[in-house]
Structure formats: structure tokens, C-alpha cells
Design a protein around this ligand. Structure first.
Ligand code: AHR
Ligand code: ZN
Length: 753
């Protein structure tokens, strides 16, 4: 493993902020759920947010990964103390169980699974919220501790935990195993592949392969894109595990799945900042819908892992073009430089703002991966493959090579300065090939000088190659010429993002109607916060002439005075520098002619809806349903590509319910249906879609769906009697079927004031 230390610059600063965030957390509180799960009294109270829910313990796993990866580069002694203590604690807790089980939640769900007869839904297994997903973080944390710090006890704990799973899962038939995989399971295929690499025990490799989710991987291996409507962060780790399994087994179909998936997501489903997903789901290929709940940060963390893994077998610069775009514009942008808080979704809705986790009551999935992000800045700057050192990212850092007594120092103030130096800080007479990545965004061909002499070098796979024997003081220098370039949204060409080199420049829009704080425990708080109007740029000038750089040191740009109705200018800054204010990643740019027919009608309707919405759930979507305490019996969910929406229904006395926030005014319940829904066959019996809507157990409406508007979504409003809502904080809204009837499908449930 390369030894890399960041020496200065924006990543070094962000790393320090990430370190403080880790040091501020208390291991006893992170480990408290593991005590409770083992039936013991914790030393300190558990944290709030997701650490007080069934998914608990995932943050401890992420913490272990983050701390050990950060320790490897910073050697910060307190991190090591924390890691040692946490592993000791986990080992003691593990010793309380007969078979090695240890995690942040009770084992009943797994015990149910191991019987072979178990309940399963996409986000619930054995009655618990994504248990494999959560425990996967503990496995990964233990493996990372062993890998990055060499702590033997971590290996022992993970070995026992792996034995526990292997023994339990042995009892499942292949069919039951695949059924279990319906529920999100993180990267369990990857950790068992790692267990094989750690122990050489084939049973772990076999188990890793059993965790291959065929229904997802098979179409991908045949080049079939069936991703629309799928929960994004459920799928990406499956492909990371598949990439690892390809490296071990060399099975071509694994490689095919990975390569196809990677390009489908990167090229056809990503936003300008390199992230993906809307409402946590993939949309149809080639779409880029703007919204508030877009680009979940975990997904980007995972896609970057995939870029790096693919690079191990296909050394082309494009993977680090993707990685770099995501690194600067999503990952670096996702940590609050002041509080160290992390984003969950990054809104692409023009005029929205970043919402960060707090240190007490969040512990979202993205808090976990967010802890790891700044710890990982060092991992991919350089890569060593055999006797070649790849320089992939232009970040000031020192690198010591494996098995070669040579150290390089890379020095640069990029992206604020275009010059990069790579010099030998120690080592003499070492033969080595250095390959420097030429980024795709470069505005003129790059040249490299060796000790101030420009060398003529061809570009191969996007890299400039310098092969020589190196001596202390030798220095490579190159420039990275950046320029403005334009990105068009995939759905609407007039939605434009401005880029400079790898950076997305966003319009900085200030604090109009800004909330008191954007550091919150509950990530849903600002989903219905008022938007502001972001006027279009109206000009016939070429797009490239719209922005002028005002300050090269901060890369601040100003637009022509063409902002919509007001004729003002926008200020654009690198997106990673925009915090605690509103922003627009995409701005509408209209020609004078197009502006004549421009209306704000759609925007005003959206704003009005946001202002009137008290709460909203999208049935069939994981996080909104979990956040609204879904309860379901005899219920199904699905996705309709033509309208790009999910649904949920229930049948045979089945039902499903959500807990919605309420307000002290008369309320309307707005339910969205599919206008083509009519009678449906279940087990060869025709069921009418006849059902009741109940609010806090009282029926407010009987509904019979009979294909009233084929092909489109329809909305129906129901007035809620005041006595039902008065003085309440929450309402329970239930969709109840009868004997041999179906309730739903329901596509949206909204409470309006
Ligand atoms: O379900 C666990 C995690 O929480 C998912 O991967 C993420 O998308 C989410 O909301
Ligand atoms: Zn997340």
C-alpha cells in the first residue's frame, strides 16, 4: 500500500475538518446500541437520529473505516486509541454471544432468516430495517481497521462474525438466498470476498458468490439497462462486490456487469456534479430531472470506489476524470467547512441550499459515508501498478512507494493555480515509470518538463509517460490549462451549468428567506421550505462569453448583466466553496426570442404547492416510507416507467399506513392514483380496486378506481374534518383493502393546508 500524506491545500483543510468531526464523536455512545442489542446496559446513552432506529450500529462501522483510513495518513494518536478501544469493546460484546454475533441491533431478524422462512421486502428483512446493510458497515469497519492499522484483534472479531453468518446462511437454499437479497444488503458480497482474501478460506468466496444478486446482475451482464426505478444505493455496492469478485475469479460476466452498469450510471444518469439519483432512485436512462432530493451523497462515495476498482484492471484516464468531477463538485462540496456536517441529498433545484447533519440527531447513511470521505482524500491521488506510478489527482501530497526506496512530493495550488510539480524528495537510482493523467477538460494539450526540459511524450490511454531512473531533486512540472466550458442538462438544453476545468461553478444566491440553521438532525425538515425565483439569463451572446473571471485567486466569476427581469449579474463560484447560502447549479439561459414566450407559471405552481404542503410521502420509495413510519400488511410495491413513479397497494384485508405531520389549519389530503388503474387479477381472481382511506382509524373516503384517465396520473383531494386534525402533531393515514379487493396503487400522499 502506498504511503500518502496530504501536505497543503483545500483537501488538507477539509481533511482536518473531517478529523475534528471524528474526534468530537464519542465511541461509548456509538457503541451503545451494540450493548443494548446484547441485552446490556450501555456506558453512555446512544446517539439520536438513525442511531436510535433499527439501522443502528452502521455509524460505528463507518467510524471504524473513517478512523483507520484517516489514521493511516495522519498517524493521529487519538484516532488509534479510539480504534483500539472500540475493537476491544466489540470483542468483549461479541464474547457475550455464543456464536459471534455482534451488531447495533437485535439478532431476531437474522434468526428468522436462518430458519429459511422469513419476511422480506426491499427495505425490510425479518421485520427489521435493512439488517445486512447495517451490519455490512461493521464488517467493513473491522476489515478496514485490520487493513490500515494491522490490529489483529479486528481480524479476530470479523472472523468470528463471518463464521456466524456463514453458519446461519448455510441452511438457506439458493432460492431462499436470492429471495433474501430482495432486501438491500450493502456490500456483503464484497466483504466476504475480502474475508476470502484475508483467510484464503474458500467457503468465504463461495458465500460472497451467493451474495451475488442474480436478478440485478444478469441483465447487466447482457448489456440490458433495467435500472429505471431501482433504488440507487442498493445497487451500487452490489457492483463494487462484483468488481472485487471479478478481480478474484476473473469471471467475464462479472466484469461485463460492472462495466455496463458503470457507464449507464456515469454517462446516462449523472448530474453535473457527478452524483446520481432522485428520491434515492435511478430515473430512466438519459434523464436529469432537477429537484430537492437529488444526488444522494452515499451514491457518489460508492461510484468513486467503483471508478477506482475498474482502474485496477483498465488503466484509462477517464475513470479519474469521473472521480475528479465527483470529488471536487460533490464530495468536497458536501462537508460544511465550519461544523464538519455532511450533506445527505444535494439539491439540484435552482435556489435551494445544502442541508448538513448535526452531531447528535442525524446519523444518516450519508453521515456515515460522509465521515469516510475526508479520510479518503489521499487514497487515489497516486496509484502504483507494478513498476508504474500513476498521478491521477493534482493535490499536494507526499508519496512513498511500496518496495521502492523512493519518495515524491507533489506540490500545487490547483485549481487556483495551474502549475504542478512532482519532485523526488528522497531516493536515488530508482527505475520507475511515472504516468501523469491528462484530464479530459484540458483546454490545450499538456506538456511535461523533466528538470525544466520539455520532453516529447505521446499520450496513451490519457496518460503522459515518463520512464527514467530517478535521483533526489529530479522534478517533473506541468501545467493544467483550464478554461470555461458549458454543460447542458440532459432533459432541457436551456438548463446550463458553467464549468471551469473540473469545477462546477454555481450561482451564489445569498440568503433570501433562508432558514435559521441548515445544520439539522432531521434531513426532511427543508423538503417543503419556500424556494426563491432564479431568473433566467437572457442573451443572444455565445454561452461561453456570459461569464468573466473577477478574481483568479478564488475563481469567482460574474455573468453579463442579463439576469431575467432585473438585468442584474449573477456571481458564480466553485460549488465546493458555496455553503450556508442558496445556489443554482443549473441556470436557464434563453435567447431574446425564447424569452418572449418564457413564463413563470410552472415555477409558481411548484412554489405554491411547496408552500401549501404540510407533509408528503411517495409510496414505494424507501426513505420517504421509512421516514413516515410505514406499516404494511399484504402490501406490494412497484414502479411504472412511463410516468417514472413508484406505487404501493395492499390486498385481502391488507393495508398500509403512513404517519404524516399535521398543522393547525383546515387540511386537505391529496392522493395520487394512476388513471388507468382498474380491476386486477390476483391468483386468477379478479379484484376490484375498492378500498377505504382512514385517518387515525376513521374512514374518510371509500374509493373505487375504474380507469378514469388511462395513461396519466390523477390527483384527488379529500377534505379532512376539523375534529380529526385539531390539536394533533401527526395523523396516521391508512389505505385499507377488503376481502378480495385491492387498495391502491397509491402514487403520492400529500397533506395540504
Ligand atoms: O437503507 C439504507 C440507506 O439509507 C440507503 O442505502 C440509502 O439510500 C438510505 O436512504
Ligand atoms: Zn446516504
Amino acid at each position: 500500500m502506498l504511503d500518502v500524506t496530504l501536505t497543503e491545500g483545500i483537501f488538507k483543510k477539509s481533511e482536518a475538518t473531517g478529523l475534528t468531526f471524528l474526534l468530537d464523536l464519542d465511541i461509548d455512545r456509538l457503541i451503545a446500541p451494540c450493548y443494548i442489542a446484547a441485552g446490556l446496559k450501555p456506558k453512555k446513552p446512544r446517539y439520536g437520529g438513525w442511531e436510535s432506529m433499527e439501522i443502528a450500529g452502521h455509524s460505528l462501522g463507518h467510524y471504524l473505516s473513517a478512523a483507520s483510513i484517516m489514521y493511516k495518513t495522519t498517524k493521529h494518536p487519538v484516532l488509534k486509541e479510539r480504534i483500539d478501544y472500540a475493537i476491544m469493546e466489540l470483542s468483549d460484546l461479541q464474547a457475550q454471544s455464543e456464536d459471534g454475533y455482534v451488531s447495533g441491533f437485535k439478532r431476531d431478524c437474522f434468526d428468522e432468516v436462518f430458519t429459511g422462512e422469513f419476511r422480506v421486502a426491499p427495505f425490510s428483512l425479518g421485520g427489521s430495517w435493512v439488517p445486512w446493510y447495517s451490519i455490512h458497515k461493521i464488517y467493513q469497519g473491522l476489515i478496514d481497521v485490520y487493513h490500515f492499522t494491522g490490529l489483529m484483534l479486528a481480524k479476530k472479531v470479523v472472523y468470528r462474525l463471518a463464521n456466524w453468518a456463514e453458519r446461519g446462511l448455510k441452511k438457506l437454499s439458493d432460492a431462499s438466498f436470492q429471495r433474501m437479497l430482495i432486501c438491500e444488503f450493502g456490500g456483503m458480497n464484497e466483504v466476504f470476498a475480502d474475508m476470502y482474501l484475508l483467510t484464503n478460506e474458500v467457503r468465504f468466496l463461495e458465500l460472497a458468490e451467493r451474495f451475488q444478486h442474480q436478478i440485478i446482475l444478469e441483465p447487466l451482464s447482457k448489456g440490458i439497462d433495467d435500472l429505471a426505478g431501482k433504488h440507487a444505493n442498493t445497487q451500487i455496492p452490489k457492483l463494487i462486490g462484483t468488481a472485487k469478485l471479478y478481480q478474484i475469479t476473473k469471471k467475464e460476466r462479472y466484469k461485463k456487469s460492472v462495466m455496463f452498469f458503470y457507464r449507464e450510471v456515469m454517462d446516462h444518469r449523472s448530474y453535473v456534479i457527478g452524483g446520481n439519483s432522485i428520491g434515492e432512485h435511478f430515473g430512466p436512462s438519459g434523464t436529469e430531472p432537477l429537484g430537492i432530493l437529488t444526488t444522494e451523497t452515499c451514491n457518489t462515495y460508492n461510484m468513486m470506489k467503483l471508478s477506482a476498482m475498474i482502474f485496477e484492471w483498465d488503466q484509462q484516464s477517464q475513470y479519474y476524470d469521473d472521480y475528479e468531477r465527483a470529488l471536487y463538485n460533490h464530495i468536497l462540496a458536501s462537508q460544511d467547512p465550519i461544523s464538519g456536517g455532511k450533506t445527505y441529498f444535494v439539491a439540484t433545484e435552482p435556489g435551494h441550499f445544502k442541508v448538513y447533519c448535526d452531531k447528535e440527531d442525524s446519523f444518516w447513511c450519508c453521515t456515515g459515508t460522509g465521515m469516510e470521505n475526508p479520510a479518503r482524500y489521499w487514497t487515489d491521488i497516486f496509484k502504483q501498478i507494478d513498476d508504474t506510478l500513476y498521478v491521477n489527482l493534482f493535490i499536494s501530497a507526499r508519496v512513498t512507494l511500496e518496495e521502492a526506496a523512493i519518495q515524491f512530493q507533489q506540490t500545487t495550488a490547483f485549481p487556483f493555480d495551474e502549475t504542478v510539480r512532482l519532485s523526488v524528495s528522497s531516493g536515488n537510482g530508482i527505475k520507475l515509470t511515472v504516468k501523469v493523467r491528462q484530464p479530459a477538460w484540458i483546454s490545450e494539450p499538456m506538456t511535461v518538463a523533466v528538470n525544466n526540459q520539455v520532453v516529447s511524450s505521446s499520450i496513451e490511454a490519457g496518460y503522459i509517460t515518463i520512464k527514467r531512473t530517478w535521483y533526489e531533486g529530479d522534478e517533473l512540472t506541468w501545467r493544467l490549462p483550464q478554461s470555461l466550458h458549458i454543460y447542458h442538462n440532459k432533459d432541457a438544453k436551456e438548463k446550463v451549468a458553467f464549468m471551469y476545468g473540473p469545477l462546477v461553478l454555481a450561482a451564489a444566491l445569498g440568503k433570501e428567506q433562508y432558514p435559521e440553521t441548515d445544520i439539522v438532525g432531521d434531513h426532511q425538515i427543508y423538503n417543503h421550505h419556500p424556494l426563491i425565483h432564479v431568473p433566467p439569463l437572457i442573451t443572444d451572446e455565445p454561452l461561453i462569453d456570459i461569464l468573466t473571471c473577477m478574481d483568479e485567486e478564488t475563481l469567482t466569476f460574474r455573468s453579463l448583466p442579463v439576469v431575467g427581469e432585473t438585468g442584474e449579474c449573477y456571481t458564480f463560484k466553485p460549488f465546493f466553496m458555496i455553503h450556508h447560502e442558496r445556489y443554482a447549479l443549473y441556470v436557464d439561459v434563453l435567447s431574446e426570442e425564447a424569452a418572449r414566450t418564457y413564463t413563470r407559471e410552472a415555477e409558481e405552481l411548484k412554489q405554491l404547492l411547496l408552500l401549501k404542503t404540510v407533509d408528503y410521502v411517495t409510496p414505494g420509495e424507501q426513505q420517504p416510507e421509512t421516514d413516515h413510519h410505514l406499516v404494511e400488511v399484504h402490501s406490494r410495491m412497484g414502479y411504472v416507467p412511463s410516468v417514472d413513479r413508484h406505487w404501493r397497494d395492499a390486498y385481502d384485508h391488507g393495508y398500509f399506513s403512513y404517519r404524516l405531520k399535521t398543522a393547525a389549519t383546515p387540511l386537505l389530503l391529496r392522493v395520487t392514483y394512476f388513471g388507468g388503474d382498474d380491476n386486477v387479477y390476483i391468483n386468477d381472481v379478479m379484484y376490484p380496486r375498492l378500498f377505504d382511506i382512514l385517518v387515525d382509524g376513521i374512514s374518510i373516503q371509500t374509493v373505487h378506481l375504474q380507469s378514469e384517465a388511462p395513461g396519466e396520473l390523477v390527483e384527488r383531494d379529500y377534505v379532512l374534518p376539523e375534529q380529526l386534525t385539531k390539536g394533533k402533531q401527526h395523523l396516521e393515514v391508512t389505505f385499507q383493502s377488503r376481502k378480495q379487493t385491492v387498495a391502491g396503487g397509491i402514487y403520492g400522499v400529500r397533506l395540504l393546508k
